[in-house]
Design a protein around this ligand. Structure first.
Ligand SMILES: [Zn+2]
Ligand SMILES: [Zn+2]
Length: 917
């Protein structure tokens, strides 16, 4: 269904869909815009809708009160709380409860959960209001420039389930919003316009009323009441009100400052202006942003052409305009970007090159480049401190992670500084190359070298940043996660859910069951099972059904499918038959220990490294497990040891693990979104695995009863597998013991070879290396002393060729490469007519070493000889006229090669003669 069809549907019956009781009571009349035909409601007669209206509140606010960001929230909080709404704390900006989003993009997202592709709403209170910080990265280039765009903003979410206890519908909603505007903010009733619109998404839709004051949209009340698609929809059982109002706008309308940035960052803007010493020119800025904000619509102008128009209207040149405005734009942009980074990093996201972290690195580098360009010496983390200072009364949780945010910003800033030198040289070569730089070039430079367009502007490589840059970049890194699809087991859909014995009693290893279905003679579905299927990174159980080996166990929605070796006796596996099955106990208990250890290590890593550590993914098998965590740098040996030690302390404390099922909303409220380490739980109940006093996660896996059962956790390896993700590979219990035994065997072997004891192996090895080094030194000294004598002897033994040059060739498998290089060099010094060729055998085959004396070089070069001889030996070579080298693997060809070497050289030099003539 198209949006316009819906608008027509609702507008044709506006009495039913849009006319609320307040409109009649207070004299709001329905009117149609003479420009765009939209319908709207206002008290005064108006010719057109607010879309075409100037921001006349700038410099002249229509309210009785002046409210900044925090005080606007306090008023709103008080108002809705007085009107029986529960005020809830914001949700994280990192959207861990939805598979399809990296960041929370709207307040309603807090309460949406995806279940089998369908959105369900779960409200922790009804009705409620939440001051939700939302992050959006689709408009980065407008941020700081238009006066009203943000990458992070606060959406006041007034949310209500109309059909649940405490719920209300359109009349009450609009009455409340009208009351907020008039009573709380002191806006006169005839300043308010309600515009008819619709909203659709995620399989549901409804009408909406947007409310405007003096051209500024303050909020949008969406009434979601239908489910389904075109031509096939029905009313929802629980209708949802989703009113979203931008807090930054509510504050702005009361303050009437030139931009909304001026009144929403506390004194951050003022402090930045002071510290960089920008001249204040608020009268001009008021005019500029007043005209800009009202002229700027997403469709008509881009910001650059708009600036030219504005310069004319304000009677200044474009350069003068830019000189006054751009320092302010810079300050606004940096203020926005640092606030967004503060929330995102606080909530556990890291700047990186992949996924959602990509957006964070883009704005971080943009902020750093801007500061760089203007030569402003302010650290991002200090600006973040200013934000926290201002925001802490509203969002006290920001203080908790203050140090962590500072650490991450410092690391990222120093990485930026570290790459500056390379960026400098690339920028300089671009200036020299004098080539036109396209948006695609810019994107490539950002992607491969981290060079932002702001930096190139600073270097004078480009004059301005193409407006499409950040949009295209964002498109490349689609901000939507890919949703994994279930493998289609269509036949399974009709089978009833399997009874999961492994959840009822984890200790069950043998059980009876009835066969419900057999597919392709390979897949068996039972009415109940103790086989744990592959899932959540835990590998499946092994075992047998009626003596036939189970090779894999899968789960499709709520049906467990056993894959079996093709049975010899088809009679056994028939639908309806009772069977006896046994789970391999050793495999299950080892996987279980590895799984519980994953939880322990995850918390250990977070405690030792920082709050940004989350599980990125995990894999648990019988003899091995790995845990991928989010962290900014590769781990040091010392960090790995600390993580391992803390984890084993937890093992030794023998802490009990308890498993309990919670209603999802309750679990989220009680334990926070930290529980979603292993990803989203696609059901309304979550299974909480609690290692008491240590770690709490939502998890469907099998676990030990007490941490002591794990015995031992040994980290085998750690590596950085992608930007911002570190892999820990580890083994536990018996596997750990076996690993240590194997390593000890290696150690014993080494000690034996060195003729030392195990305890003294390091000393013996050091001594061995020392001896070996000394031998090499003695060999070199000897070579230096004797090479002159050897060189003379070689010159003496060389063969005179008809061309007047002389040839010496040899083969060797004892003295080694170093010897022949030293001797060859000396020989051609002693005899400038000499060609010296040595074929040296080593483990990889034959090395070819060629030296040609200065006189002989006139006839033939060493590189050409090396190439030819190497080719004869099945390899390749090259070099300059004096020295050539190469190699080959055809050891059997050495004799033939040496026998023919004279002819080879004569042939080559005669060809050379012809060429020169
Ligand atoms: Zn209009
Ligand atoms: Zn788990």
């Amino acid at each position: 269904m198209q949006k316009q069809d819906l608008i027509n549907l609702f507008s044709s019956n506006s009495d039913k869909y849009y006319r609320v009781s307040l409109f009649d009571r207070n004299g709001f009349k329905r009117q149609s815009c003479t420009i765009c035909r939209k319908f709207f409601w206002s008290i005064n007669d108006r010719r057109f809708c607010p879309d075409h209206e100037n921001y006349s509140f700038i410099g002249n606010p229509p309210t009785s009160k002046r409210l900044d960001f925090i005080s606007a929230w306090n008023e709103i909080k008080e108002y809705f709380s007085d009107n029986n709404h529960t005020i809830i704390r914001r949700y994280p900006v990192v959207c861990r409860w939805r598979d399809d989003l990296y960041f929370t993009i709207a307040s309603i997202v807090d309460f949406q959960r995806l279940m089998r592709g369908k959105v369900v709403f779960e409200l922790p209170a009804n009705p409620l209001v939440v001051p939700q910080i939302c992050l959006r990265f689709n408009d980065i280039e407008n941020v700081g420039l238009t006066g009203r765009h943000y990458t992070g903003f606060c959406m006041i979410g007034q949310t209500c389930d109309a059909d649940a206890h405490g719920g209300y519908w359109k009349d009450r909603c609009i009455e409340l919003d009208y009351g907020m505007l008039t009573n709380k903010l002191g806006i006169k009733a005839d300043e308010i316009t309600f515009v008819e619109d619709v909203w659709m998404g995620a399989g549901a839709f409804g009408c909406s009323l947007e409310y405007y004051v003096r051209g500024l949209e303050l909020g949008n009340a969406v009434f979601t009441e239908f489910e389904g698609s075109e031509g096939n929809y029905h009313a929802m059982n629980n209708k949802i009100i989703d009113m979203g109002a931008g807090l930054e706008r509510l504050s702005w309308i009361t303050m009437g400052t030139p931009t909304s940035y001026d009144c929403n960052f506390g004194n951050v803007i003022k402090k930045l202006i002071e510290s960089v010493g920008v001249e204040e020119n608020s009268e001009f800025l008021s005019k500029y942003f007043g005209i800009l904000s009202s002229k700027y619509t997403d469709y008509e102008f881009d910001i650059k052409s708009l600036k030219n128009i504005l310069a004319r209207e304000l009677k200044v040149s474009t350069e003068e305009l830019s000189k006054i405005v751009s320092p302010y734009e810079a300050i606004y942009t940096v203020a926005d970007h640092t606030r967004t980074l503060l929330f995102a990093i606080s909530d556990g996201s890291l700047p990186s090159n992949v996924g959602g972290g990509h957006n964070l690195r883009v704005i971080l580098r943009r902020a750093l480049s801007i500061l760089d360009r203007l030569g402003w010496n302010i650290a991002l983390e200090d600006i973040v401190d200013m934000h926290i200072d201002y925001l802490k009364s509203m969002y006290p949780e920001l203080q908790e992670h203050q140090d962590d945010v500072r650490t991450i910003l410092q690391i990222e800033s120093s990485r930026y500084v570290g790459s500056r030198e390379r960026m400098d040289s690339i920028a300089k070569s671009l200036i020299k190359g004098n080539k036109t730089i396209t948006v695609e070039d810019l994107i490539r430079m950002y992607e491969s070298d981290g060079i932002t367009p702001d930096f190139l502007m600073e270097m004078g490589t480009i004059d301005s940043i193409p407006s499409a840059f950040y949009t295209k970049l964002a498109e490349l890194h689609n901000s939507q996660k890919t949703v994994q699809e279930f493998k289609a087991f269509e036949l399974v859909d009709k089978v009833r859910p399997t009874k999961l014995l492994y959840y009822e009693d984890e200790s069950i290893r043998e059980f009876n069951a009835r066969i419900l279905k057999v597919i392709d003679n390979h897949y068996v579905i039972l009415d109940q099972t103790a086989f744990y299927p592959r899932g959540g990174g835990q590998e499946p159980d092994g075992g047998e059904i009626e003596g036939v080996r189970v090779t894999d166990v899968l789960k499709h929605i709520d049906v467990v499918i056993h894959k079996i070796d093709f049975p010899h006796d088809k009679e056994i596996f028939v639908e309806g038959r009772q069977v006896r099955a046994a789970v391999n106990d050793r495999r299950r208990s080892s996987i279980t220990k590895h799984h519980s250890a994953t939880h322990i290590l995850n918390s250990s890593a977070r405690n030792n490294l920082g709050s940004w550590v989350w599980q990125n993914s995990a894999f648990k098998d019988e003899n091995y497990a790995r845990l991928d965590i989010t962290h900014h740098s590769a781990l040091t040996r010392e960090e790995i040891e600390r993580i391992e030690k803390t984890a084993n302390d937890v093992v030794r404390k023998n802490l009990p693990l308890t498993i309990k099922i919670y209603e999802r909303g309750e679990a989220e409220q009680k334990y926070s979104f930290r529980i979603y380490q292993g990803g989203v739980v696609p059901s309304s109940n979550v299974r909480i695995v609690n290692i008491e006093g240590w770690d709490i996660e939502a998890c469907g896996g099998t676990h030990v009863g007490k941490t002591g059962e794990i015995g031992l956790i040994k980290i085998v390896k750690s590596e950085r597998i992608q930007d911002g993700v570190i892999r820990l590979e580890f083994v536990v219990g018996d596997s750990a013991i076996r690993l240590i035994q194997t390593q000890e065997n290696y150690l014993n072997k080494i000690a034996n070879v060195l003729g030392s004891s195990k305890e003294k192996v390091t000393e013996s090895l050091e001594k061995y290396i020392e001896d070996s080094d000394a031998t090499k030194r003695r060999f070199r000294a000897l070579l230096k002393k004797t090479s002159n004598i050897i060189a003379d002897k070689i010159a003496h033994n060389a063969k005179n060729l008809s061309t007047g040059i002389r040839l010496y060739s040899t083969q060797d498998d004892v003295l080694g490469e170093e010897y022949f290089i030293a001797v060859g060099e000396r020989s051609i010094e002693a005899d400038p007519l000499l060609i010296f060729i040595a074929l040296v055998m080593n483990n990889n085959g034959i090395r070819v070493i060629v030296f040609v004396g200065s006189q002989a070089q006139k006839t033939i070069g060493a590189g050409r000889i090396a190439k030819e001889i190497s080719a004869q030996l099945g390899g390749s070579g090259g070099g300059n006229d004096r020295f050539g080298q190469g190699g080959g693997k055809l050891v059997d060809s050495i004799d033939k090669c040496l026998k023919n070497i004279e002819d080879t050289i004569i042939n080559m030099s005669s060809k050379n003669d012809k060429k020169e003539k």
